[in-house]
Design a protein around this ligand. Structure first.
Ligand code: CAA
Length: 246
């Protein structure tokens, strides 16, 4: 019986590399996508030649508490168990704090932080009962160091790290590890949206002088999802080319 991993925001950016890496490692992956993106999700599924055994597309608005509770309870019944949860879905609404609207603040906190409650809460009890399970939260270098223009995003990503440590303490006795991966600037549409001159100045600050490959982030996730990582919990693993050492 395959182990089952659920990856939020699986299509696009880092999420699709995580999905691919977990499929390569033998997992069945429940790949969630924002419900309005069904056509794009199906195209992505077809382009990668996934079979319905290896990847199950699953619409999930991670900001909708009731929807998550109902949809994930049904999913659990159908799949029988979830062994690995990767909380990856995230957005940016970058602007200086002076200009930031409540809408920009709330959108980022809801998608990046409140989603951890919405998605993890319906699954956590069954993961504890099952034992030997993994929760991996995709935070960011900017949750560790703070970033100009990202008061909302840095707050949410730092919050994810606190959540990771608290839940690690609760899951430990059941063999449920809870860790975070903190990517640096990674070659994805989210980073490509930064103004070129701003991105150039960011790249100049990275000791490795390049962006991360999404696959390099996915490799860290796959390691934490593996049996070899059973004794690592409450940890934040940086994949940032030396941009921030802590
Ligand atoms: N530190 C200090 N001052 C800075 C600064 C910094 N890091 N960045 C910009 N400034 C200054 C500028 O020099 C400028 O000063 P002057 O007015 O004196 O010239 C002033 O702040 C305004 O800067 P901008 O011209 O850039 O202002 P803007 O309103 O056009 O844009 C912004 C603001 C959208 C926040 C833009 O600066 C920006 O995109 N910054 C990058 C934010 C960023 O790193 N986002 C990461 C996205 S990817 C991601 O989030 C994934 C991940 O996890 C890593």
């Amino acid at each position: 019986m395959s182990k089952v991993a659920l990856v939020t925001g699986a299509k696009g950016g880092i999420g699709s590399s995580i999905t691919q890496a977990l499929v390569d490692a033998g997992f069945r992956v429940v790949a969630t996508y924002y419900p309005t993106g069904e056509k794009a999700a199906q195209e992505w599924f077809a382009a990668n030649n996934y079979s319905s055994e290896s990847v199950r597309l699953f619409p999930l608005d991670v900001t909708d508490t009731n929807y998550c509770q109902e949809a994930l309870a049904t999913l659990l019944q159908e799949e029988g168990h979830i062994d690995v949860l990767v909380n990856n879905a995230g957005i940016t609404k970058d602007t200086t704090f002076k200009r930031m609207t409540a809408e920009q603040w709330n959108a980022v906190i809801n998608t990046n932080l409140n989603s951890l409650f919405n998605v993890t809460q319906p699954l956590f009890d069954s993961m504890c009962k099952k034992g030997n399970a993994r929760i991996i939260n995709i935070t960011s270098v900017n949750g560790l160091k703070g970033q100009f223009g990202q008061a909302n995003y840095s707050a949410a990503k730092a919050g994810m790290i606190g959540f990771t440590k608290a839940l690690a303490a609760e899951g430990a006795r059941s063999g449920v590890t809870v860790n975070a991966v903190a990517p640096g600037y990674t070659g994805t549409p989210m980073v490509e949206a930064i103004k070129p001159e701003v991105l150039d100045s960011i790249k100049a600050e990275i000791p490795m002088r390049r962006l991360a490959l999404p696959q390099e982030v996915a490799a860290a996730v796959t390691f934490l999802a593996s049996d070899a990582a059973a004794y690592i919990t409450g940890e934040t693993l940086s994949v940032n080319g030396g941009l921030y050492m802590h």
